[in-house]
Design a protein around this ligand. Sequence first.
Ligand SMILES: [Zn+2]
Length: 115
Amino acid sequence: MSRLFAGTPFDIPPTCDRCDRPIESCDCPPEVAKPTWLPPSKQRAKIRTDQRKHRRVVTVIWGLSPDETNLPELLSVLKGHCGAGGCISNDAIELQGDHKQRVTDKLKKMEYRVG
Ligand SMILES: [Zn+2]
């Protein structure tokens, strides 16, 4: 009995994204692991407030290595915690407004060393 889709595009076996060989005969190494982040207790964050144009104040969290810290994730945690907008700039996290005390408390709670 011939297969229903034999010879049609539906008959193509699944192939590997990287080598384009059929999955069965692919011998690519397993997916490269995500970088392992350094535990917060091994990191020291520094926090300062900066005054920008038009007397706009931002809270800057800096001193954390972008290779060892998931900065985008930390940014979203801090944005949620402070209810403020923010971004990552020059490997530092910037939150709009003065949230120095809140951020210090939160980072300490997350076991970052602060100061
Ligand atoms: Zn492969």
